[in-house]
Design a protein. Structure first.
Lengths: 253, 236
């Protein structure tokens, strides 16, 4: 076991040199790199925490906004529902009114049509009845409808009750004989004579023609009237036709 | 068979000579410094690091952790000294496996040089840490009567440090040599494997004992660490 002191000295120098070299090439750079990496990691973590905080606050902000929006939307929805309900009511009312108006209009039109129809029917009926009566009378009794009407009229004049007869006798008013057709002179003379016979009055007699009477003849004076015409029969026909039409429309509806 | 590589002289001029100890020390130094330079010239601070950088970082942080655990102080101040002791001894011991390589640590001159370095470093670190007065005061504690014993303690532990490492490494080499002549195949291999463990353990023990000595000189004002640093001789 020997110690070479020269080698020992050289080894001490070598060792100290190695310490210096390794400090320079190994420990320094490695520790520096680790420190820098640690710093970078710390920076990253701090940065991440910062971001997380920002994200958290942003999230909370948006959550609050979302809650407010939800609340608002609920309110708006309720408002919209109320508005819609009101609008619906208005529209329903409007529609009902419209329908009622249309129905009234339609009913009015229908009534008008009925009346027009009846009017036409009446005219046609009168014409048919007149033609028929004229034809029947002509064929059976060798007479005219007008003549027969006047006969009936004169017959009624002769059968007046006493009260009416007395009133007619005492009147000073002009007596109007209104007929639906033109009377010839003979007929007028005959009527004049019959009136004179029955009433025995010297009052004036005027003859007039009126289409209002439809088919008939009438004596009018001082609020009294003696007549024969088809008005009554036609009214009866009207009533029957109306009843039939009403039944038809009800069954259609 | 030569007991010490000091006796293998490669070059001589007068009393100056270059023996195997010095030559292989330079080889180790070149390997360590060159390797460190190659690796550390392109260090990265990214999360993904090269494996060699990872090796160095593991090594450095491991040494730091050991220093901190033994001394209870910040490792930065002692890292260069203790770390170099450990790395140099470890590399020398492990390279001995290579045929033809002679471990410089198998020379008593090398271990003496390392022990002297520690012997000088202990008061230097102590003075740097506490000041001259406080450091010298340790020698007359608990009473001035203990001064000679404290001085003898300092010297003997330095000698023991040197001889322990030398003995272990040299004996390993010698045992392999003897066994090689007796049973040429099997036992030398086992002894080489054992030498790997012994070399590593010796490097660790030498470095840590040095740290303990330095710590005992500098921890006068620090917290005592009775659990980790038993007083007296810490024979490995």
């Amino acid at each position: 076991m020997q110690i070479d002191w020269l080698t020992v000295s050289a080894q001490i120098v070598n060792f100290l040199l190695l310490v210096w070299l390794l400090k320079h090439f190994l420990y320094g750079p490695v520790i520096d790199a680790m420190d820098r990496r640690q710093q970078a990691i710390a920076d990253n973590i701090a940065d991440a925490q910062q971001r997380e905080q920002t994200a958290q606050s942003t999230m909370e902000k948006y959550e609050r906004k979302y809650a407010a929006l939800e609340k608002d939307s609920a309110t708006h929805l309720q408002q919209a529902e109320a508005d819609a309900q009101q609008q619906r009511q208005q529209l329903m009312t409007q529609a009902r009114e419209d329908v009622k108006q249309q129905r009234d209009l339609w009913q009015h039109g229908l009534k008008q049509e009925q009346q027009d129809y009846l009017k036409n029917l009446r005219k046609t009926s009168v014409k048919v009845i007149q033609d028929t009566g004229r034809k029947v009378l002509g064929e059976l009794a060798d007479t005219t409808l007008e003549k027969q009407i006047i006969e009936v009229f004169l017959l009624r004049l002769n059968k007046l009750d006493d009260t009416v007869l007395q009133t007619l006798k005492e009147t000073t008013e002009v007596m109007n004989v209104i007929s639906a057709f033109e009377l010839d002179t003979d007929t007028k003379q005959k009527i004049r004579q019959s009136i004179g016979d029955v009433i025995n009055n010297s009052t004036e007699i005027e003859f007039k023609v009126s289409s209002d009477l439809l088919c008939g003849i009438s004596l009018q004076t001082d609020g009294y009237q003696v007549d024969w015409n088809m008005q009554g029969h036609l009214q009866q026909l009207d009533q029957q036709l109306l009843a039939t039409l009403d039944r038809e429309s009800e069954s259609n509806a | 068979m030569s007991i010490t590589p000091d006796s293998t002289i490669y070059w001589q001029w007068g009393f100056l000579h270059i023996n195997a100890t010095l030559a292989f020390t330079w080889v180790v130094m070149i390997l360590l410094v060159g390797g460190s330079w190659l690796i550390t010239r392109k260090l990265t601070i990214e999360a993904e690091i090269p494996r060699w950088q990872n090796l160095l970082e593991v090594l450095v942080t491991g040494i730091q952790a050991q220093i901190k655990e033994v001394s209870g102080q910040e490792a930065a101040r002692y890292l260069s000294f203790i770390g170099t002791l450990f790395i140099f001894i470890l590399t020398s011991n492990l390279l001995e496996l290579i045929p033809g390589f002679v471990a410089p640590t198998g020379s008593l001159s090398t271990t003496t040089a390392l022990a002297i370095s520690v012997f000088v470093a202990v008061p230097l670190f102590g003075i740097a840490n506490d000041g001259v007065g406080a450091y010298l005061k340790q020698y007359i504690e608990p009473t001035p009567l203990m001064l000679p014993f404290n001085i003898i303690g300092e010297l003997t532990r330095t000698i023991s440090l040197a001889i322990r490492l030398y003995g272990n490494i040299m004996s390993g080499t010698v045992i392999v040599g003897i066994l090689l002549s007796l049973t040429p195949f099997f036992f030398p291999l086992l002894m080489q494997l054992l030498g790997l463990i012994t070399g590593t353990v010796q490097a660790y023990i030498f470095a840590m004992l040095s740290m303990v000595y330095i710590a005992s000189a500098t921890s006068a004002h620090e917290q005592p660490q009775p659990d980790k640093i038993p007083k007296g001789d810490q024979n490995g």
